[in-house]
Design a protein around this ligand. Structure first.
Ligand SMILES: NC(=O)c1ccc[n+]([C@@H]2O[C@H](COP(=O)([O-])OP(=O)(O)OC[C@H]3O[C@@H](n4cnc5c(N)ncnc54)[C@H](OP(=O)(O)O)[C@@H]3O)[C@@H](O)[C@H]2O)c1
Length: 255
């Protein structure tokens, strides 16, 4: 559905959210495969550690909620590279929430990072991608965005917005020669999920997750979701009538 990437050597990839977890491991994997990688997130020390000794890594600290800093980073990157082949927006925030513990401040923080932050990144990179008429953008949403789940009152809604956003982006950008990758992980062992106090079904390592992401992009897939033994169940549940869906989710989660 997207152009395939058969050789990462020299590909210019901007990973936003590269200081930890899935983004950090993706950046490491890209560097190992010979790509030039710009690493962004707020924690500059952590970004430096991910970059290590690589001469192909550029560390560009930023907060995605501040559009002026994101635009500035884009300008610096274009000065260095002259173009961008792939942007991966991995940055995200998760706070467990249920209706009886609704917290507006925390809810708005999640919306600001998970939705507005992604829009800031789009504002920065879309003109470049459109002008180039090539390249791609991948956005990390979550399989939790497919349908409502307990504990994910706001997180799930922000990720649902990203799924819809990627679908529309694909319709607009595919005919213009630009790749769009919707990345929907299930549970991955990272600092983000370390705070979960429940048993996470089909939990996978961050290395496994990144192998799936890299393979999906290399094959040119639009919907990159994993692990399939978990994500396919949720995709199936989503097709059921609500009465059955809610019954099964209550029964399985006990919530
Ligand atoms: N782990 C899972 O099971 C799972 C499942 C589905 C989806 N996801 C999604 O995968 C993505 C990565 O999550 P992860 O599990 O790897 O979590 P993580 O280890 O907590 O990493 C989150 C990344 O986002 C960055 N970030 C957060 N707020 C930011 C901001 N305002 N500006 C710039 N960067 C920011 C963090 O860097 P700084 O703190 O340095 O800014 C960090 O690099 C998220 O979008 C998450 O929703 C994760």
């Amino acid at each position: 559905m997207n152009p395939k990437i058969t050789n990462w050597n020299g590909q210019r990839v901007w990973v936003i959210g590269a200081s930890s977890g899935i983004g950090a491991e993706t950046a490491r994997s890209l560097l190992r495969k010979g790509a030039k990688v710009a690493l962004s997130a707020r924690n500059e020390n952590a970004l430096q550690q991910v970059a290590g000794e690589s001469t192909e890594a550029i560390v560009m600290p930023l907060d995605i909620t501040d559009v002026s800093i994101v635009l500035q980073a884009r300008d610096e990157l274009l000065k260095c590279w002259g173009g961008i082949d792939l942007v991966l927006v991995v940055a995200g925030s998760y706070q467990k929430m249920r209706a009886d513990e609704f917290n507006l401040k925390v809810a708005k923080q999640m919306v600001d990072i998970n939705i507005n932050g992604v829009l800031n990144c789009l504002d920065a990179v879309l003109p470049t991608l459109l002008e180039q008429g090539r390249g791609g953008i991948g956005i990390v949403s979550s399989i939790a965005g497919l349908s409502g789940l307990p504990q994910a009152l706001i997180y799930g809604s922000t990720k649902a917005a990203l799924i819809n956003l990627c679908e529309s982006l694909y319709l607009d950008l595919h005919p213009r020669g630009i790749g769009v990758y919707l990345i929907n992980p299930g549970f991955v062992s990272t600092p983000l999920t370390a705070k979960n106090d429940f048993t996470m079904p089909a939990l996978i390592s961050v290395e496994q997750a990144v192998r799936e992401i890299m393979r999906g992009i290399e094959r040119g897939e639009f919907h990159i979701h994993f692990p399939k033994r978990f994500t396919n169940w949720l995709r199936l549940l989503r097709l059921l009538p609500y009465r059955v869906y809610f019954f099964l989710i209550h029964k399985v989660t006990g919530l």
